[in-house]
Design a protein around this ligand. Structure first.
Ligand SMILES: *Cc1c(COP(=O)(O)O)cnc(C)c1O
Length: 372
């Protein structure tokens, strides 16, 4: 290979493959209606109050945002009943994850630990930063073996990532087990933070039974990640945040690019927090839709994993059709779901809970495909 100044670890990265867009599928198959149930976006669209906020702020976009998102931090502090000094906001949780790795781990010396499969951003950002990612396989039923996770940690471990409810399975571990993991980690790897990614926690059947953050328990070695991309309906604006110990938040604000949460995103996020009616309807739509999809997929003979999130992972019955072929047939009928080949789960499919119409269309298409 020709000489290049680009670092070998960057050269070695695989390009991120985004999901198919509605436009692509519409023109490829000549369809009028395309339904996207692939990215766990909000089934009701964008919150009305956030849409108004964006329009109202349109004339201000020539200005820089205020550094450090003080209004959003204050609003989130009130939302969670914590001090604003514990809040870190970023350009999606993705930015917060990247910064956590860069703030704490040094390539060649330190490691992070996560499950396999898991949300791909954790190992990808570790690789970009030259940090070793130790992977621990999930159990066959997609539950977590925290004992194996702990065994992979040592005094050089800086971050341990746990997603709850998990993506792509929807599995949600017991709160007591998570609590115990945080305690054991504190004694085994005193410099490690347990990063609990709660991107889907507000869809859990009982948030208070599943989240330490919801119970106002904030151990000094735990970081909680949350996002505006799912239940708040702002995936395209890119706002995520974390509740973390103050010393870490202080380092975060000194490391973050000053304006990564832009002026429209900050106002929309504030409005989304205020839009209680939209949020209520979102949670209800997801709870009802999740039960509906679960029942219908089971009645079609699919294996469906129990999910506390706004998506379901399933396997189709028999072996006349592969998951890949099923996804392709759904596309031909204008329905985009997530094949899980990139998670090394090529026999599984993930479908996001949509609105009532979308869910019905998806089930009707599945019925046609599986009847053949
Ligand atoms: C969707 C998702 C997020 C949110 O990412 P953003 O960058 O905030 O859009 C975080 N973690 C997991 C596991 C997710 O699935």
């Amino acid at each position: 290979m020709a000489k290049s100044p680009i670092l070998p670890r960057i050269q070695a990265l695989d390009a991120y493959v985004p999901g198919l867009s509605i436009e692509e599928i519409r023109s490829k198959y000549g369809l009028d209606e395309v339904i996207k149930l692939a990215s766990n976006e909000n089934p009701l669209g964008a919150p009305p109050l956030a849409q108004e906020a964006v329009k109202r702020q349109a004339s201000s976009i020539f200005r820089y945002p205020r550094g450090g998102n003080p209004r959003l931090r204050q609003a989130l502090a009130e939302w969670h009943g914590v001090s604003p000094d514990r809040i870190a906001t970023g350009n999606g949780s993705d930015e917060v994850i990247d910064l956590l790795i860069r703030m704490t781990a040094h390539g060649g010396d330190h490691n992070i630990v996560c499950f396999r499969p898991c949300f791909s951003i954790y190992p990808i950002q570790a690789a970009i930063n030259g940090v070793e990612a130790r992977r621990v396989p999930l159990e066959n039923d997609f539950s977590f073996n925290f004992k194996s996770l702990l065994e992979q940690t040592d005094t050089d471990t800086r971050l341990v990532f746990v997603t709850t409810p998990d993506n792509p399975s929807g599995y949600c571990p017991q709160l007591d087990d998570v609590r115990q993991l945080a305690e054991s980690l504190a004694s085994k790897a005193p410099l490690a933070y347990l990063v609990i990614d709660e991107a889907y926690m507000d869809f859990a059947r009982d948030e208070k039974k599943s989240s330490m953050l919801a119970c106002h328990e904030l151990p000094e070695n735990v970081v909680f990640l949350r996002t505006f991309s799912k239940s708040f309906g702002l995936a395209g604006l890119r706002v995520g945040y974390a509740v973390m110990p103050e010393c870490l938040a202080d380092a975060f604000w000194r490391s973050r690019l000053p304006f990564s949460v832009n002026i429209l995103a900050e106002d929309a996020a504030l409005a989304a927090l205020a839009d209680k009616a939209f949020r209520q309807e979102t949670l209800q739509t997801v709870a009802i839709g999740r039960d509906y999809l679960n029942c219908e997929l089971l009645s079609l003979g699919c294996k469906v994993w129990p999910s506390e999130a706004n998506f379901l992972m399933f396997q189709i019955p028999g072996n006349s059709l592969s998951a890949r072929e099923c996804c392709e047939k759904l596309l031909q009928q204008g329905i985009i779901v997530r094949s899980l080949a990139s998670y090394d789960l090529s026999e599984n499919i993930r479908v996001s809970v949509g609105n009532k119409h979308e869910n019905k269309q998806f089930i009707a298409a599945m019925r046609r495909i599986l009847a053949k």
